[in-house]
Write a protein that binds this ligand. Structure first.
Ligand SMILES: NC(=O)c1ccc[n+]([C@@H]2O[C@H](COP(=O)([O-])OP(=O)(O)OC[C@H]3O[C@@H](n4cnc5c(N)ncnc54)[C@H](OP(=O)(O)O)[C@@H]3O)[C@@H](O)[C@H]2O)c1
Length: 311
């Protein structure tokens, strides 16, 4: 099969389009014919991209891209609740080969039926960002109707879903973004938008129930002060495992795969409460360009099957 391969550490220039053996699904796994895969720009330098769970170097080449939409092509032993031909979206194990390829393997527990109302390209833009937003706002912060939430990076991959999910929960939503994205963030359902380059959010907003931070650094530090007593802060952008700050360690989390949540997110997409935003689409062979490209908003997606835009 054709795949995007990494053999040496580096940036997008290290990505090569190669012929490699097709993977085989193991117990409780499925083989997916990938139609489209999401691009995570930072992934090339992640620890799991280069090491196994036990810290040894991963065998080369490594195939990046850990979210996808496609069709089940084969079932591993013990898989009964999905069938060949089912259209699914989901995540690959961070420590194993990913979805920038014609085929990938995923645990059946990490995939769900894709939303029927969007094509594979749009479905591939959903799993990591939407699950991150769900786990931050719903699972960790328990965001409830009537509460006030401040979302940092509201026009980013995660922020786009966070704004929409917060709105769906019935919260009052404020979001920070750059000037070019303020109208866009309003169009997602934010009641209030703050241009982080022109204003200090803490001069404008206070007494919020929840801060959802996707920016980290100084933005995160300054956010504690806008929480009301008992308010909750969650962050996905801190160096959570490395910091010695106990508050940040408690606020940080890493997204986990969840079939149940992916299924719920698919229902919300099909019901119109959530919409994925795709900023740019590249064919698989142009993965280097895709990893170099930063759209003003929305996700970069690799189209693997010609016509991956069709449902
Ligand atoms: N822990 C986890 O499990 C997890 C999961 C997913 C993502 N992440 C991390 O979360 C972060 C965001 O991911 P993403 O996919 O949403 O990234 P992204 O699509 O690149 O979006 C980042 C957004 O942040 C905005 N931004 C930059 N500086 C800002 C500031 N000072 N205040 C407010 N907004 C600011 C940018 O807006 P402009 O472009 O308009 O400046 C951009 O829209 C990344 O660090 C990513 O690695 C972590």
């Amino acid at each position: 099969m054709k795949a995007i391969c990494l053999r040496t550490r580096g940036g997008p220039e290290a990505l090569a389009y190669e012929e490699v053996p097709q993977p085989c699904p193991g117990d409780s796994e499925v083989l997916v014919r990938v139609h489209a895969a999401g691009v995570i720009h930072t992934e090339l330098s992640w620890v799991p991209t280069w090491t196994t769970r036990t810290g040894e170097p991963r065998p080369l080449p490594v195939i990046p891209g850990h979210e996808f939409s496609g069709e089940i092509a084969a079932l591993g032993a013990g898989v009964r609740d999905v069938g060949v031909g089912d259209r699914v979206y989901g995540l690959n194990d961070w420590y194993r080969d990913g979805a920038s390829a014609e085929y990938c393997v995923a645990r059946v527990a990490d995939v769900a039926h894709k939303p029927a109302g969007v094509d594979h390209v749009h479905a591939a833009a959903i799993p990591i960002s939407a699950l991150t937003a769900w786990q931050g706002l719903v699972e960790r912060a328990g965001l409830a109707a009537g509460q006030r939430v401040l979302i940092h990076g509201a026009a980013g991959g995660v922020g786009i879903f966070a704004v929409q999910l917060a709105r769906w929960r019935g919260a009052r939503v404020a979001g920070t973004a750059s000037a070019a994205n303020l109208d866009f963030v309003r169009s997602l359902g934010a009641d209030e938008v703050i241009d982080y380059q022109a204003e200090r959010f803490e001069d404008i907003i206070r007494d919020v129930d929840v801060v959802f931070d996707t920016v980290g650094g100084e933005t995160l530090e300054r956010s504690w002060g806008v929480l009301k007593p008992g308010g909750k802060l969650v962050t996905v952008a801190a160096t959570g495992e490395r910091t010695t700050d106990e508050r940040i360690r408690a606020a940080f989390f890493i997204v986990a795969p969840s079939r149940t949540q992916l299924a719920e997110i698919a229902r919300l997409i099909d019901g119109g409460a959530l919409r994925p935003i795709v900023g740019a689409v590249f064919p698989l062979v142009e993965a280097r360009q895709a990893y170099q490209h930063k759209p003003i908003r929305g996700k970069v997606v690799l189209r693997v099957v010609d016509g991956g835009g069709a449902t």
